[in-house]
Design a protein around this ligand. Structure first.
Ligand code: NAD
Ligand code: IPM
Ligand code: MN
Length: 355
């Protein structure tokens, strides 16, 4: 039994998540999961029609669900930040989803953009801090629109906030890591307050996990290593903004934005699952967006809901789509978004019959 709040959002959000819903509905029927979905129309259309972004009544209603499944928000007709901060960041903060789990996993050898690096090399997980840092929204303008204007944007790191995400990352590495190894990525040579705290927290917490190998990269060197030696990473923990940026780089390592998954996790409360990519206005409405990230996000949600046995089945279906070229144009195929979803359901069905 699980009640899932479904927020398709803007642009390609609905196109890709409706494939995830297709897959979830199939699994629900096949394995009697008792999943229930309720759709919420948050996003640009509602905002432009009514001025509503995320009304408190909707937030209160979302509190009654077990999980949230989200497409993407953001629309060229709306000033940047209104929907992104007002819906996506608001949900992450309101539900205190302090971990943003972003696996970087190459599923098909030939999509590696790195010469000589394959499936074994591109397989690590970024644990992105998700409620603090420069995303805290603190700042303002002085003398706005004058030649003397000063704009500030503050980065906030709290001891509790940093400790809890680093602890989660150590536990995650211990449970799921290959080696296990945890890398902390920061800019402690310049951010000598905020990331000094990260350094101290990492070192102190690390004493409790002697079996986890521990290392450190400054974020600039991190991007270099991700391209040159991605195989050295197992689990990486980093602050909000660096996690945002390095996971887009990671998305490309794993075959493109249409492949990258994101779980906004509060281990004790309501988590939210979404693809890493945005609303992609440049391809919206054409039924050509790659739905695999959204489908994999649905698979990750199943694991958090306690149906972890089904997550590998979803991943296997995605792998099969890639191997058989039953994919959208960005992955070298000629299927449309819906057809990929149909193929995944067909594959799940035939895999089940073969068991
Ligand atoms: P984007 O991720 O939407 O698109 C970047 C590029 O990747 C585009 O060329 C797009 O066509 C391509 N792309 C993205 N997803 C794809 C998919 N599934 N299949 C094939 N190609 C795909 O990033 P952007 O263009 O910088 O942002 C567009 C809007 O989305 C903005 O309003 C931004 O704020 C918002 N955004 C939202 C989220 C979110 O809701 N989680 C994330 C990122 C950006
Ligand atoms: C992401 C997005 C968001 C972020 C934006 C849309 C607020 O880029 O989920 O990676 O910066 O976290
Ligand atoms: Mn991003």
């Amino acid at each position: 039994m699980a009640n899932i709040a479904y927020i398709p959002g803007d642009g390609i959000g609905e196109e890709v998540t409706s494939q995830g819903i297709k897959v979830l509905e199939y699994l629900d029927g096949a394995y009697n999961l008792g999943l229930k979905f309720e759709k919420f129309d948050l996003g640009a259309e509602r905002y432009l029609k009514t001025g509503d972004i995320l009304p408190i009544a909707v937030l209160n209603k979302l509190e009654t669900f077990d999980s949230i499944y989200l497409g993407a928000v953001g629309d060229p007709r709306v000033e940047p930040g209104v929907l992104e901060k007002g819906i996506l960041l608001k949900l992450r903060f309101y539900f205190d989803q302090y971990v943003n789990l972003r696996p970087i996993k190459l599923y098909k050898e030939e999509f590696s953009p790195l010469k000589g690096k394959g499936l074994e090399d591109i397989d690590f997980t970024v644990v992105r801090e998700n409620t603090e840092g420069i995303y805290a929204g603190i700042g303002g303008f002085l003398k706005k629109d004058t030649p003397d204007e000063v704009a500030t944007q503050e980065m906030i790191s709290t001891r509790k906030g940093v400790d809890r995400v680093i602890k989660y990352a150590f536990e995650y590495a211990q449970k799921f890591g290959r080696e296990p190894k945890l890398t902390v990525c920061d800019k402690s040579n310049v951010l000598t307050y905020a990331h000094n705290l990260w350094q101290r927290s990492f070192k102190e917490m690390g004493k409790n996990y002697p079996e986890v190998e521990q290392n450190h990269f400054l974020v600039d060197a991190m991007t270099m290593k991700m391209v040159r030696n991605p195989e050295i990473f197992d689990v990486v923990v980093t602050c909000n903004i660096f996690g945002d940026i390095i996971t887009d780089l990671g998305a490309e390592l794993q075959g493109g934005m249409g492949m990258a998954v994101s779980g906004n996790i509060n281990p004790d409360s309501i988590s939210m699952f979404e693809p890493v990519h945005g609303s992609a206005p440049d391809i919206a409405g054409q039924n050509i967006a790659n739905p695999l990230a959204a489908v994999l996000a649905a698979g990750m949600m199943l694991r958090e809901l306690g149906y972890g046995n089904l997550t590998p089945k979803v991943e296997a279906a995605v792998k099969s789509a890639l191997e058989n070229n039953m994919v959208t144009a960005d992955q070298g195929g000629d299927l449309n978004t819906d057809e990929v979803g149909d193929y995944l359901v067909k594959t799940l069905k035939s895999n089940e019959e073969g068991e």
